[in-house]
Design a protein around this ligand. Sequence first.
Ligand code: NAD
Ligand code: UDP
Length: 332
Amino acid sequence: MSVLVLGGAGYIGSHAVYQLIEQGYDVAVVDNLQTGHRQAVHTAARFYEGDVRDKEFLTEVFTHEDVEGVFHFCAYSLVGESVEKPLAYFNNNVQGLQSVLEVMYTFNVKHIVFSSTAAVYGEPDTIPINETDTTNPTSPYGESKLVMEKMMCWCHEAYGVNFAALRYFNVAGAHPDGVIGEDHRPETHLIPIVLEVALEQREQLTVFGDDYNTADGSCIRDYLHVVDLIDAHILAFDYLKNGGASGAFNLGSSNGYSVFEILEAARAVTGHSINASVGKRRAGDPSVLIAASDKAKNQLGWQPRFDDINEIIRHAWEWHQHHPHGYDKEEV
Ligand code: NAD
Ligand code: UDP
């Protein structure tokens, strides 16, 4: 039987494919390559190019594959863009999951591990954030993910579909082998942007605000290594197969770093000075987001292996140094 990885050509999905194959799973991938890269897909995985909203296409895939469970990474996921284009976000994210759940129902596939996000919480009331805390998204992106979680809840009640909604905090790093990494276009995430400055591909980092209510005035985030994140997905899949209760799980390192602290760490790891200047706040940015990940640790048996921020940055740096233009043809 196979694990079907939807969005397996993207940053996080490609790491899932890689680690599933390393652990001996039979893997099939679906991706429309809108933001993903064909070269990121492990050669041992079967690849189907297409859109998950296309039910006919997805039905064809499920006909060819004996699917044991689905890892669902497909989404549009830029907070700012979602504010500009909410309908595009609800269309791709919500309609995408609708199609996936319908085809899973037709083929009696019972397990789905799902990419949710800390953006479902909005501005938190307390830190660290627990799964039981209020969900009040401040963007269409976060709202779409919350709707998707609720769709899975109702399908669990009605059809016995088991789900783990993994609420990621800030995902970073790359596979330690250096073969796959982060290549978003445009890049919006802090760590790859800082490394692009180190590589002289950008002039400087703009720190989005230094007037937050934090020790150095910049925002604090909880950075999690992508390999640890995927460990949690594979554990969640086993947990569901063993009858574990469906629900949401936070995934973070439980350590908070400010933007300035990330900048300093990146300067130390890369040995480059990395220019930075302070700009305006970015709309929709909460000041502090730190996960309480005890539920994932206790119920899934998850234990992050790479919770040192320097190591997370070092793995990302190795990827960026060896693939300065990402997955462009000349580099692979
Ligand atoms: P990504 O854009 O690199 O990967 C998404 C993949 O899905 C891409 O390969 C894209 O081509 C594919 N895709 C999108 N819509 C599709 C569709 N309709 N049909 C088929 N393929 C489609 O993004 P990522 O950073 O790897 O994020 C993966 C998931 O994790 C997303 O759901 C995102 O919301 C979630 N997430 C990411 C972060 C982060 O820090 N990167 C944090 C929280 C949550
Ligand atoms: N950030 C920044 N400059 C940038 C990109 C990001 O100051 O060019 C800050 C951003 O305001 C946030 C943190 O870095 O506080 C992490 O942002 P990222 O986009 O990586 O992830 P997010 O927290 O939005 O999911």
